[in-house]
Structures are given as C-alpha cells and as structure tokens.
Design a protein around this ligand. Structure first.
Ligand code: PLP
Length: 380
C-alpha cells in the first residue's frame, strides 16, 4: 500500500480521491468515445457531485446529466456548459423546471405527459421553447439488483412502449415544446455487455416503428449503467469503456445524422474514491466484529442495496487472517459493511479501506445520528 504513511495523518472517516486515476479514466472515456464523432458523454452528477471532481470532469469536455435543479446549478458552477446539460427525473418541480429553462439547458428527459404539459406551460410563460427527449421504458432486463433496475415495466420510470405513440404525438402538438429525442436508462452496475446489445436492438425496433410513422428525431440517449468490478479494485481500475462504446456502435442503428448520448456515472468515479476508516474496537462473541469509526451515514450502499465493497486492513502487520463482521457505530442493524470478511488480524487503531466508494458514496453521506460528515482528501 504505497500511500500508507500519508493515510495515517488523515482524520477518519474520510473519502480519499485518487485524482490521477480519475484523469486516466477520463482520458480513456474521451479516447474511446471520440472514435465515434456522433457520440456525446454526459457525466451523471448524481454519482458524485463533489465540486473538485466535477471541475475535473468538465475540463475533459464531458456534458452533465442532472436529476435535480440544484444539480443543474452545481454543474453550471463547475464548468459544464448549459449546451451539454440534460435533466431527468420523474418529479421535476415547477421551480426546478423554471431554473433549467432560464439557463437554456440542452434537453429535459421527460418521464410523463403531465410533466411535458407543465414544461410547456412554464416555457410559454418565459417565452422559451423547451427541448425535450421522451424517456422510454424499453422493458429490457438489466440483470442487476432490483433496486437499481429501472427499465422494466414494473418500474416508475419512463413511458411504457404501449403509450409511446400517443405521448409523442401529443407532445409534438405543444407550442412551447420541441421533441428532439428519445431517452433510455435501464439500470445500474451492468457488467454484461450483452445487456447493452439488447438495449441497442430494442432502440432500433422502436426507432423503426416511429420512422414508419414518419417520426425521426435528431437525438437518442442511452443513459448510463456501465458497471465496475467491485471485487478486485486493483486489477481493473478503469471500467471497460472501449467495449461499451464499441458494443453500442456495433448494434445501434442511428438514423442519418442522429447524435447518440450517454450518461455514465458510477463507471467514471467509483474506483477513484475510497472510504478510509479506523477500527475503534474489536468485539468478540460468537462472531468477531470489527467496529469502525465509519458507518452507514458515510457510505450507505451496503445498507441500502446490499452492495459489496472490497475491504482491506492496510496497517495490520500480522501474517494471520481472520473473519470479521465489519460494522459501523450507528444504531441500526443494517449498519454493516460486510459479514465474514477476511482481514489481516485486526486490532484497535488499524486503518481499513473500503474500496471503490467514489460513486454513490460521499454524495449520499448524511448526518444521521448527528454524526459529522466524512472528511475529504485528494491525491493531489
Ligand atoms: N442516467 C439516469 C437517468 C440515471 O437514473 C442514472 C442512475 O441511476 C444514471 C444515468 C447513471 O447511472 P450509472 O451510475 O449506473 O452509470
């Protein structure tokens, strides 16, 4: 562990961002997407909205995918041009819609007809024309955890395929709305590229059927979802962007001149962030518990989605390993980072890393139990 002495000076619990790794990841994204001049990447701000991280991502020329009015404002403050901002979400409030319109964002990804009606009305009041993409629920199974699957008909997201013709036809009649595209997002942490092949093929069918009715839109947005390898954070620190973009390029049939948009979040930032904690106590009973100074208020993914993070004791000098339930200090049984985790023999004061916590980590931290928010450190 090359940074160990540095880590020892940290106030824990803390997030540590490897900026060099983020730069390497961004270079890979830019290089692998630019093979296809009609591909545009919008980073999903929800994964990590830390201003320093956003500033670096925007400096690589990516756009931003936002899911709240405040994310739109944060993205603008951090250097993303309004012309690269897309804004999704099933429940945009009037105030959020107005702010996005005033800032002339590129596109609203719309999830229902009532929402499009409201955007039409607010745009009319402001004397603007809102550009929208219609989010379609393509009924493609992402083969991921149920809580992060969004493209099945039982989910709350998007317009059902059976309603699409009616919704598009009606949306096109609104005077202050310009329908510029279709939007899809089927889920998160998708590691099987065949799922993206299935999505591309479904999008082709949908576009064929619209084209048969004389509707050809200039944009298609395939959302995010590319997964990362949580098991071995050291062996594949940059996600398989090349395979992802190549798969879409191979199977998607964009209409002539059509622009293709992507909204990766997790795959951009997950590996570059770790949560670092100290062991407060080792409690022995029927099981051994390693009780950390970090809890679910710092990293909620294991409690919320049963998510796995690779956990490593970086300071123990023991050659022996033991099984521990690694838990936090919060008064909830779900405040557990992993059961029967094999760690080097652990004692009070040891430092532990929860790897690959850069996505949906810091951004979901809370002050539950009136705890302090985690500290933040950067590699440079
Ligand atoms: N786009 C939309 C509409 C989303 O809801 C999400 C995440 O849920 C993303 C993009 C980013 O997904 P991921 O972090 O899996 O790439």
């Amino acid at each position: 562990m090359k940074y160990i002495d540095r880590f020892k000076a940290f106030r824990t619990p803390c997030y540590y961002y490897d900026i060099e790794l983020l730069e390497k990841t961004l270079n890979t994204i830019v290089k692998s997407a630019s093979k296809y001049p009609n591909f545009h990447v919008h980073y999903a701000v929800k994964a990590n909205a830390n201003p320093r991280i956003l500033g670096l991502i925007s400096s690589y020329g990516l756009g931003a995918d936002c899911v709240s009015g405040n994310e739109v404002l944060r993205a603008l403050q951090c250097g993303f041009p309004a012309s690269g901002i897309v804004y999704a979400g099933v429940g945009k409030s009037d105030r959020e819609i107005e702010a996005a319109l005033r800032n002339d964002i590129f596109c609203f990804n719309c999830e229902s007809l009532p929402e499009i009606e409201v955007i039409n009305e607010i745009a009319g009041n402001l004397g603007k024309k809102a550009k929208i993409a219609i989010r379609v629920n393509p009924n493609v199974d992402a083969h991921t955890h149920a809580y992060i699957t969004t493209g099945l008909e039982e989910n709350k997201f998007g317009i059902y395929l059976t309603d699409l013709d009616r919704v598009i036809d009606q949306a096109m009649t609104f005077p202050n709305i310009e329908v510029i595209g279709l939007h899809f997002h089927i889920g998160s942490q998708i590691t099987d590229l065949n799922v993206f092949k299935a999505l591309a093929e479904r999008v082709n069918e949908i576009q064929d059927s619209l084209e048969a009715r004389g509707i050809v839109l200039p944009n298609v947005n395939l959302g995010g979802g590319l997964g990362i390898d949580y098991n071995s954070p050291y062996s594949e620190p940059v996600a398989n962007f090349e395979g992802y973009f190549d798969t879409i390029a191979k199977y998607l049939r964009p209409r002539p001149g059509q622009q293709v948009h992507f909204e990766p979040g997790r795959s951009v930032v997950a590996h570059c962030g770790d949560l670092i904690a100290r062991v407060l106590y080792v409690k022995e009973g029927k099981k051994k518990f390693a009780i950390l100074d970090a809890g679910m208020s710092d990293l909620i993914r294991p409690a919320l989605y049963q998510a796995y993070h690779n956990i490593e004791n970086i300071t123990s000098e023991s050659n022996e390993t033991e099984l521990y339930d690694v838990v936090g200090p919060i008064c909830e049984s779900s405040d557990c980072f992993g059961k029967d985790v094999e760690l080097k023999k652990t004692k009070r004061g040891d430092m532990v890393i929860l790897h690959s916590a850069g996505a949906y980590g810091e951004v979901m931290a809370s002050e539950y139990n009136l705890r302090d928010l985690p500290s933040i450190y950067y590699s440079k």
